[in-house]
Design a protein around this ligand. Structure first.
Ligand code: CP
Length: 310
């Protein structure tokens, strides 16, 4: 089956070009075999600890179903159920869990906590979302684009809105792969330095730089993928009014979709705030591939688990 070059998956920057394609090819094989009715027990007897400091529908359910389908077991660990960072250090939790389980997947508020967890664990640690990044989402998204368009080099991917953890991960992943990516939103909300440092490093290698613009017309022109995400996340509720004002003109609606390429698709990592960043007619419309995108979390995560745990 092969292995990834690093033990942990904390950022897409941890992955080589070969690793990314190994994940995509493995996910494709596992998805095809699933639809043929096969259930290979590649992780029989293996255990995955899943730590969640924040709520989740897709990440929680897709990882748990992924390891179950592969013959393994998941433990769902919420705050109040374990001592992480409260009655014991993050490092002590990491060392203890490493004696029981074969991998840890964690959704944590602070990216630094995830790094500390990984530094102290002796088993693979997978990022299930932090305040900075959401690499498994970006991998599932680009896999979904590959599935839909086949040749990733021929498409223009345009992201509208805030530099969320998903947008940051998409920027890192697409810059690694040398894809045509446009980030469009108010300048105040463009990606911060720590994301840009990685993007610039990747651009030096691929020669393909993403575009950053406030111009909706520039971003939507010939876009094949129109992507958006929430305008605020847990902990940013007090900024809601300011953010609505800043992002309203960047809403993905039918008028915007009409200006994109004829074969354009709409993508969203979900959960969506309908009527805010996207209208019902777009997310429920014929160009929307958000449910394929959500399903592919399962297949891509199965690939990641197999490549890190076997
Ligand atoms: N996209 C995503 O990670 O969804 P959840 O917050 O439901 O896990």
């Amino acid at each position: 089956m092969g292995r990834l070059s690093k033990r942990d998956l904390l950022t897409c920057q941890d992955l080589s070009h070969r690793d990314i394609w190994l994940i995509f090819e493995t996910a494709k094989n596992l998805k095809n075999s699933y639809y043929r009715g096969e259930r290979p027990k590649l992780l029989k007897g293996k255990n995955l600890a899943m730590i969640f400091e924040e709520p989740s529908t897709r990440t929680r359910v897709s990882f748990e179903v992924a390891i179950n389908q592969l013959g393994g077991n998941a433990l769902y660990l919420r705050p109040g159920e374990i001592h992480l960072g409260t009655r014991e250090t993050v490092g002590d939790t990491a060392k203890t869990l490493s004696r029981y389980v074969d991998a840890i997947m964690a959704r944590l508020f602070k990216h630094e906590t995830l790094v500390e967890l990984a530094e102290n664990a002796t088993v693979p640690v997978i990022n299930g979302l932090t305040d900075w990044l959401h690499p498994v989402q970006a991998l599932s998204d680009v896999y979904t684009m590959w599935e839909h368009f086949e040749d990733l080099k021929k498409i223009k991917i345009s992201f509208f809105g805030d530099a969320t953890n998903v947008a940051n991960s998409l920027l890192i992943l697409t810059s690694k792969l040398g894809l045509n990516f446009t980030f469009c939103g108010p300048k105040k909300y463009w990606p911060k330095e720590r994301t840009m440092e990685l993007v610039e490093k990747n651009v030096k290698e691929t020669g393909v730089a993403p575009t950053f613009t406030e111009s909706i017309d520039e971003a939507i022109r010939e876009a094949n993928v129109v992507y958006t995400d929430l305008w605020w996340w847990v902990g940013q509720e007090q900024e809601a009014e300011e953010r609505i004002k800043a992002f309203t003109s960047y809403q993905v609606n039918s008028e915007l979709m009409r200006k994109a390429a004829k074969n354009a698709v709409f993508m969203h990592c979900l959960p969506a705030s309908r009527g805010m960043e996207v209208t019902n007619e777009v997310i429920d419309g014929p160009q929307s591939i958000v449910w394929d995108q959500a399903e592919n979390r399962l297949h891509v995560e199965k690939a990641i688990l197999v490549l890190l745990m076997t």
